[in-house]
Structures are given as structure tokens and as C-alpha cells.
Design a protein around this ligand. Structure first.
Ligand code: ZN
Length: 335
């Protein structure tokens, strides 16, 4: 991985005007800037079975490690060190927030996809969500029926996690979970997968639902500022993405049911009032086990009590506004 930003990331961070005509890079790869934060790379010769691969990073602007991983990949494609065999679209999700080192400016961008931005007009992130959906639409509409549509939305989490690297598999409506994708996630070093059981306003749900993409939100560790990431902790995903893009993934064993712990959302902890109290420390890790009978939270007369001893807490956040989700209680599941 590269220690200094490639010209691609420098372009995004410096808000430079992108090249208006396509550039031909090493190995005949064509680079097209669709705007200052969306770059499409197309190899010279495409197999009919080529996948369309979307990598998004910086949807939360302060989650820098995935940005650096993707940028290193772009740099190595540009120099010819990494062969590209599939059309690749890289979207830097929230460049303004990236430049400020903030998670977001007006509103959490990853709650505004799936047309939710229409309910929040005027926010800077609403404008971004609409633009990102358009980029994804245009890209995936070019995919041939024989080719896969893949989207990995790369994040790092605010808090620590019992499973340091985990994936969120968006709700699939009637579609089946893809075992080859689960095997590939294991190959990336993903340690747990949450199978979502309802629609969400996330980027990965949008591409999964609108384009039948194999789409995932990947949480790859803890968020740190640019330059302070220990990129050695990201070698699993970095290598797996490079193999995917260059068609050099080794044969992977079939997914077996206990290869990665799978969880499903059991219920949301809803903060109904300012009386809401979460009985977990502020530093509690994602996927912390909740003992049977433990009072997770109370809210006036309502109490949330853990049952069974195998429930776990995910994304606890008691500081949300009343009416919003203050955490998810998950439980083990299988396909
Ligand atoms: Zn994030």
C-alpha cells in the first residue's frame, strides 16, 4: 500500500477540477472522472462475464483507512502494477466531510439513500446521496446479464468490536443469500455477518435492491485520522480486492454454515423520550454479549431486557434524538 496519496486522492482532497476527457493509463486502462469524486476505470478488453465492481469509501468522511486502501489500489492500477480485468467505479462518498475530517456535515449520509434524501431536502448529504445513486445507476446499467454487479461499501466503526471486521448483508427481499459471497468475505478476513431483515437507507441496500447487486457494508476496524491508520490491519481486504480486480482469487472452499458467525437483527432499541437510559458503558464494544435477564435500557415505564444469553448489542448510541434507533439487539442465525 502507498504511504502518500495517489494523484486520484490528491485530486479529491484538493478539490481540483477533474480532467474532462478520459485518460489512458498503463495497460490500456481508461480512466474517466465523472465528477471530482467519482472515477471509473475500464480495461481495454473485457470478457463478457466481466463483473462491474463498485467500491465506495468515505461515505463517512472520517473513516480514512478504507480510503487509503482504495487509493493504493487505484495508484497500482494507474502504474500498471495491478492488472484490472473488470470495470471498476470508485466513489469517494462524502468528499467535503473527508476534507474536514468529519463523519458528516449536516446529516449521516448512510441514512439518506434509497430516495430517503427526498425527505431531507437542502442538506449537503442529501445532494451527495442523490449524486451517488446516479453514479451507481449509470455504472450498473452498463453491466451485461452474464456479469455480476458487486458493491463493497467500505467503512470503519466509531467503537471497538468483539468481531473487529464484520459485514452487513442488506435485506434481500425474495433473493437468496449468496454463499460464494460469504466464502469471499471470509477470505477477506471478515469475522461476522449481520443478515439484515428489513430495508434500510444505506448505500449497500440501495444497490442491492435497485440493481440486484451483491452489495455489502464492510466494517473493517476502528476509525482514525489520515496517516494514523495501521494499514497492516487491512491487508486481508486489500489483498482480496486486488485479487478480485485482477481475476487472481484462489479457489475458495465452499461456505459451510459455521464458517463465519451469522447474526440477525432481533429488534431495535428505540429511544422514545429523553428518559431513555442505556445500561451499557459508553465504550461498550459492538457484538458484546448480553446476559440473560440483563436490563439493556429503560425509557420511562418501558424496559428492554435481554433474554436467552446469546443476544448481543450492535451500534449502541443513546445520544440520538427521541424517536430514533439507539441500538440493535442481534441474535445468532444460520442460512
Ligand atoms: Zn461508516
Amino acid at each position: 500500500m502507498n504511504a502518500t496519496p495517489s494523484p486520484f486522492l490528491q485530486q479529491v482532497l484538493q478539490e481540483a477540477t477533474p480532467p474532462t476527457s478520459p485518460l489512458v493509463l498503463a495497460n490500456g486502462v481508461t480512466a474517466i472522472w465523472h465528477d471530482g469524486s467519482a472515477i471509473e476505470l475500464r480495461p481495454a478488453n473485457l470478457a463478457a462475464s466481466a463483473s462491474h465492481i463498485l467500491l465506495s469509501c468515505g461515505v463517512h468522511g472520517n473513516e480514512t483507512a478504507p480510503i487509503e486502501v482504495v487509493d493504493g489500489i487505484l495508484a497500482d492500477i494507474a502504474s500498471g502494477q495491478l492488472a484490472l480485468r473488470h470495470p471498476l467505479l470508485v466513489l469517494f462518498g462524502n468528499p467535503e466531510a473527508m476534507r474536514c475530517g468529519e463523519r458528516y456535515l449536516d446529516y449521516d449520509l448512510n441514512r439518506l439513500f434509497n430516495r430517503a434524501y427526498l425527505q431531507h431536502p437542502g442538506l449537503r448529504e442529501s445532494k451527495r446521496a442523490a449524486i451517488l445513486e446516479q453514479h451507481a445507476d449509470r455504472f450498473f446499467q452498463q453491466a451485461k446479464p452474464a456479469g455480476k454487479r458487486l458493491h463493497y461499501d467500505l467503512h470503519t466503526a466509531i467503537r471497538g468490536s468483539v468481531y473487529e471486521k464484520f459485514a452487513i448483508y442488506p435485506f434481500l427481499q425474495q433473493r437468496q443469500h449468496d454463499r460464494a459471497q460469504l466464502a469471499w468475505l471470509k477470505h477477506c478476513g471478515i469475522e461476522a455477518v449481520l443478515l439484515h431483515s428489513k430495508p434500510a437507507n444505506t448505500f449497500s441496500y440501495y444497490t442491492s435492491h435497485a440493481h440486484q447487486a451483491d452489495a455489502f457494508t464492510l466494517e473493517l476496524g476502528k476509525a482514525r485520522p489520515f496517516g494514523e491508520n495501521d494499514l497492516s490491519r487491512f491487508t486481508g481486504i486489500d489483498l482480496a480486492l486486488r485479487q478480485l480486480l485482477s481475476d487472481s482469487t484462489p479457489p475458495l472452499p465452499d461456505y459451510q454454515h459455521d464458517d463465519i458467525p451469522l447474526f440477525r437483527a432481533k429488534y431495535d432499541l428505540i429511544k422514545h423520550s429523553e428518559d431513555f437510559r442505556l445500561h451499557l458503558s459508553s465504550g461498550v464494544e459492538n457484538f458484546t454479549l448480553l446476559p440473560d435477564g440483563f436490563v439493556i435500557a429503560d425509557d420511562g415505564s418501558q424496559r428492554y431486557i435481554a433474554s436467552g444469553g446469546d443476544e448481543r448489542i450492535l451500534f449502541p448510541n443513546p445520544t440520538v434524538k427521541p424517536g430514533l434507533r439507539a441500538g440493535i439487539v442481534v441474535e445468532p442465525t444460520r442460512l
